[in-house]
Design a protein around this ligand. Structure first.
Ligand SMILES: [Zn+2]
Length: 149
């Protein structure tokens, strides 16, 4: 089964596993942006809170208001994590540098960076997410920072 998620990420679902197949497209988007034009619209670095804390490694949904059209940008956490894992190293490094992801903001959370777009207006965002298995079978996710690109 092939599903279209959002406007840029296409995933193939095989026996319950998701495979992100269009990550190259995300890299092209990044390549065409000037990184210093990214503008942070959400910054929870000083007070990181979990939007998900539970037994499913799915990690709930990423959810924030589009700064351009005011609609909600909503995306499954697990798909974002897989997209992040497959993003080109070069762009991953750029995003990690931009968000300065070196410090562990919440105990047991690992930094994940990537891109999401608004389903309504197509506005693209760089995302910095914290995610981790903080105890056996207990998963947490936190939205740390979002930038317009
Ligand atoms: Zn929008």
């Amino acid at each position: 089964m092939t599903t279209t998620i959002g406007m840029t990420v296409r995933v193939v679902v095989t026996s319950g596993n998701y495979e992100v197949v269009d990550v190259k497209k995300l890299s092209v988007i990044l390549r065409n942006k000037e990184k210093f034009k990214m503008k942070i619209i959400i910054d929870n670095r000083l007070e990181s809170v979990c939007y998900y804390d539970g037994e499913s490694m799915g990690g709930g949904d990423i959810d924030f208001l589009c700064s351009k059209c005011g609609e909600y940008v909503k995306h499954e956490t697990i798909q974002f994590l897989m997209q992040s894992n497959r993003l080109d190293k070069e762009y991953k490094t750029e995003l990690n540098d931009f968000f300065d992801t070196n410090s562990e903001l919440l105990k047991g959370h690992k930094a994940y960076v990537g891109l999401l777009s608004c389903n309504y207006c197509g506005c693209e965002y760089a995302i910095y997410l914290g995610y981790g298995e903080v105890q056996p079978a207990r998963y947490q996710a936190s939205l740390i920072s979002v930038a317009e690109i």
